[in-house]
Design a protein around this ligand. Structure first.
Ligand code: ADE
Ligand code: ZN
Ligand code: ZN
Length: 275
């Protein structure tokens, strides 16, 4: 059966050459953005809409995956290479304790990425185009930081090299968390965001350091990746796994949405731009 054989070969080639997953899939990012936008204060919402105008949208959900999409745009190759390590953090130790010199060398991690782009977004003396770009990164990175495997400590590139069987196919653990479990619900991102919004206001976990919330969030995600059954005991992701882990992924989406709203309120929601 030559047809089947070549189809299998093609599938294998795609699996082997597929780029490493870099983020919640577009669905996860749009869900976080939509949940955030519903919770903005009126001043922050007005400033978001004003900044988004050149994109011909009023929806944060429409720009939430742009920091991933630039990898396919030849005109933005340099920006992609400058920012690709800002989508995640690899902790150097299983205690999930953030040590900047070890875990974020040269500011190359999601904690520093958020610090930088929130500062640009908040600075009203910078050009709108620069602040719009910063808005896209902030929306995206808050989402990524809440995907537990974007903040993990094992030597497997956030589960990208942890091969699994999911839905009868070969995949990897990172991809299952970025998009596989969400897709398995067969909901549009709009329907998914509406379902999560209907659960009501989310209770945020306590933050410990206070001085650096982005570091706190990374440590919290790292502990989830370590302690909440994210790593299966074997390499098959079954329904039992999804029943246990999807609620954790959904809680992270809701928490990310609320925290993103709080960041945008603080950055944009006052006349001066100062929180
Ligand atoms: N590459 C290396 N570590 C990664 C992580 N935690 N998430 C996504 N991509 C990665
Ligand atoms: Zn990303
Ligand atoms: Zn990812």
């Amino acid at each position: 059966m030559p047809k089947l054989t070549s189809a299998v070969a093609l599938g294998l080639a795609l699996t082997l050459t597929a780029p490493m997953a870099m983020a919640w899939g577009p669905e996860g990012h749009s869900i976080v953005a939509a949940l955030a936008q519903q919770q903005l204060n009126p001043a922050a919402e007005a400033e978001v809409i004003r900044l988004l105008a050149p994109e011909h949208t009023r929806e944060l959900a429409d720009i939430a995956s742009w920091p991933d999409q630039i990898q396919d745009d030849p005109a933005l190759t340099d920006l992609w290479h400058q920012t690709r390590q800002l989508h995640y953090i690899d902790f150097g130790s299983g205690d999930c304790h953030y040590v900047p010199e070890r875990d974020c060398k040269d500011g190359q991690c999601v904690v520093a990425g958020l610090q930088h782009y929130v500062e640009v977004l908040s600075n009203r003396s910078l050009p709108d185009a620069e602040r719009l770009q910063a808005l896209k990164f902030v929306v995206h990175f808050v989402g990524d930081e809440h995907q537990p495997l974007h903040d993990s400590y094992r030597d497997d590139k956030g589960g990208n090299t942890f091969q699994v069987q999911f839905d009868g196919r070969g995949s990897n653990l990172h991809r299952v968390w970025d998009s596989g479990m969400l897709w398995s619900q067969h909901l549009s991102w709009q329907a998914y965001a509406a379902k999560l919004a209907a659960e009501g206001p989310v209770t945020l976990p306590p933050e410990t350091k206070g001085t650096d919330p982005y570091a706190d969030w990374a440590e919290e995600s790292c502990r989830i990746s370590r302690d909440q059954g994210v790593y299966p005991s074997g390499h098959v992701i079954d329904q039992h796994y999804v029943d246990a882990e999807l609620p954790i992924a959904e809680a992270q989406l809701r928490i990310a949405g609320k925290r993103l709203a709080d960041v945008l309120d603080a950055s944009l929601g006052t006349a001066s731009g100062k929180p």
